[in-house]
Structures are given as structure tokens and as C-alpha cells.
Design a protein around this ligand. Sequence first.
Ligand code: XMP
Length: 503
Amino acid sequence: MIAIFDFGSQYSHLIARRIHEHGTVARFYPYDTTEDKLLADGIKGIIFSGGPDSIYNQEAPRPAKEIFALGLPILGICYGQQLLADYLGGKVECGDRHEYGAITVKIDDKDPLLAGLDLTEEVWMSHSDRVSLPSECRIIASSENSPCAAFHVDHLYGIQWHPEVSHTTSGDKLLNNFLTLCGCEQDLNTASMVDSLVKLIREEVGEERVIIGLSGGIDSSVATALCAKAIGEQLSAVYVDTGLMRAGESDAVEAIARKFGPRFIRIDAQERFLSRLKGIVDPEQKRHVIGEEFIRVFEGVARAEQATFLAQGTIFPDVIESGGQNQQAALIKSHHNVGALPEKMEFTGIIEPLKYMYKDEVRNLAQQLGLSRNLIDRQPFPGPGLAIRVIGEVTKERLLLLRQADSILQAEIAKTELADQLWQSFAVLLTNKSTAVKGDQRGYAYILAIRMVDSKEAMTARFSRPDWDVLARLSTKIVNELPAISRVVYDITNKPPATIEWE
Ligand code: XMP
């Protein structure tokens, strides 16, 4: 396993993804982790990520000196390189020119870190500092503005550029070389991933009882299947009917869950959620209320089941966007199961076996675990459900309207090839009304937005370009069948800058 010390670069999460792609487990650790913890976890190498700080800032995050002296290979990227330079007694100065974006570097391909790379490579940099080092350090790459763009001494390797981003053409080769230097076996595949996750769950839980929040989506289903494999009878799966689900969804989830799940408990909490949401229009407040209410319902079930642990299907993008990946990351939105959790909870611990995985990796695990194709291909649906697609206050009537519009949308899409192509497709009910003319009468009713996006793992997304005829059919059907809707608009915004969900 590789430990990543995350110093807040916007690219840090990609390091873990690349390491996984090279058949090795990567885990994020706080930068003040002790060497005992790393040794106990069987870490084979460490990567220091980039970050916005300057190492000359008194408050700048720094690992303990003992970590550098452990003898484990360390790869320092950008800010991480500066930490290594500083530890070695070198200097970091502000360069006269910024290096942002694609930069050409000259490579010493005799160094094991850079073996197999071309003598000049295009790399992606995002910095303005330059590093100078004591003479025992070997400079292994340079650019026009950075005489020391990469260096190596003993088990320490520093690079000024970001090998984890796809614009760095040989970034994969470099990371692969680093894993070889660490002695990683790189034999992680989906089957061994299942085994190692099952083992981790068993170790964490011991003899305790666990409840897991099962929403019927792929993340919580995979987490449930893993926990069931790990601890069998010690597990109860809980489905909370929040009243914020799509048409027919709760019964469908129950049917699926009863087939593959362990002990299954369905809780009707519709009134409870709706009354907590009364009068709330702010999206973050909605998410917090929903996150807290989920936990309160789970606590009640846990008491009855004598469970001390709560398991969840949190995946990595939930963590990143909730700003929980490191102390420096920005909050984009509080995912109901991460950033919107209440401070005080009755549970001894939270188990999140998928916390470092992306959706496509979770889909592979689902296949390995034998989950049904329907489930694997299901579009993601957010935990706060339709509450974050009813803009403004969530009421029973507006939920019903959105549910009806969404059913029409899904039925129409199911008739087209879009059904197999889209990452997500959904309707959003706005607070604004607009004028209509229906049968010579004036109408004044709600505007409905339709969003369809293509994506690989939800961190970025492109608005889909469906056939105009599909959009025309949708619009006609929705406006004709639902008098409370006067107008349908199509969202043509990518992520970034917009997020996939509207709230
Ligand atoms: P955004 O809107 O952040 O969405 O671009 C990225 C992906 O995450 C889903 N999403 C959520 N999932 N709890 C969840 O379980 C949440 O609070 C939440 N918010 C957004 C969203 O549907 C998309 O697939």
C-alpha cells in the first residue's frame, strides 16, 4: 500500500486513482501521521502531494522528520518536492517566471524514476518557485525556468510537475517506476480488492453488530454486499423511505434488497423528513437537515438492533466535494453522507469500504460480487433525493409534480439509445413560473429544467447533446400531461463550472 500525504493540491485525488490503475492500493493519511502507524499499516512508499502553501510559511503543514528518515521511498510532487528540498537543507526561492500548464523538461532517463521516458517530455506544472539543493542530490530533470525540475537522493525523489494529471504525457510511466522502486507487487485486481476490503471490514468490526444504510443505488449496494460477505449475520441493512424518492423506487429497492441482502429493515420516515424540511430553501441547509435526519433514524434502528457501527456506501467524489479530503480543500457541496453528518453521533465508528473509490471502480466491484446488471447500470441518484431537485421549499405537492415529470422523462429516454449512454438524466422543478397559452387560455405555471450529462466518474461532466426530436417529444409530453408546468428548458452547462445537480 502507498500512503499519500495530501497537502491540498486540487489534483491530489487523482494520485490515488492513478496508483489504483497501476494495481496498487493508495490511502490518504494526515500529514502528521506517525512512522509507527505507517509501519503498522505495511506502507511501502509515500507520496507527498502538491499544495497551495509555501514551506516558508510558519503554519505550512509538514510531516515529522522521522517520516523522511524511515527509508521508505518518498516521491514529493511540487509542494512535496519543496518539503524534501527543505529537509535536505536546500533552498526554495520564488522563481522569476511562473510555470503554469504544459512545460518541456529535459530528462535524465538513467535515473530509475525516469527510466523509459523520452529525453524531452511535456509535463504539466503549476508553480512559481524554484528549488536549489545540496551537492549530494542528483538533478534528474530541468526546464528553462527550473534548473532543478526533479532530483533524487537515496530514497527521496522530488519532482516539480504533476505526473497524476493526464496532460503530463509520461506521468503514468513515472508513477509506475515509483511503484517498482517501492517494491509494490502491483497485483491488485478486482478480485483481490474484494478480498482486501472484506478483510479490512472484519478487522474493524470485530464481534460488533453493524447497520448499513442501503438506498438501492450501486454504492450502498456494493458496500452492503461487501459487509454481508465480511460479517454476515452481524449486519442489518436499513432502507429509509424519506418520501424524497422517485416513483415506485421504494418497492423496487425492497425487492432488490431482499434478494441479495442480509436482514432487511424498511423504515417509513416520510412525514419526519418532510416536516424537518418545512420552510427551508437553502441547498446546504437542506443537505444538513437530511444528513442529520438519516443519522437519527439510523441511531433508532441501531439501538433496536444493538448495533454499534454504521456502514455507508460513501465514495471518493462524495468526500472530495464535501471538502473532507484534506484540511485545505474547499467545500463544493455537503454530500448528505459526508459533510452533512451531525457532529454528535451515537455510533462507535463509521465503516466506509468504498471511501477511496470512483464510480467506475465500484461498478467493477459490483460485477465481481455478482450484483445484477440492472443495478450496475443504474444511474446515480443523490442521497437527498428529489429534495435537491425541487428548488426552493420542498412540499408534498411539488415533490409529486417533480416525480410525475421525472417518470415521463425516464419513460421517454428508455425508448431511445440514450438510456445506455447517459451518465444521468433528470428533471428539476424551479420556483419560477412562466406564461403559457393552452387552448386559447392563459396559463401561468412552473418551469421545469431537464438535465442530461455524460461523465466518467462525476468529477467532471459534459452536457449531453440528444437529438432535438427527443427533447421536443419530452417537452410536449410534459407540458401536455402536467398542467402545473408551463415550460421546459434544457440545461447546457458542463461541470465545471456547474455541478451535475442543481443544488
Ligand atoms: P454534483 O452535483 O456534485 O454531483 O456534481 C456529483 C454526483 O454525486 C451525486 N450527488 C450526491 N450523491 N449524496 C449522494 O449520495 C449527495 O448528497 C449528493 N449530491 C450529489 C450526483 O447525483 C452526481 O452523480
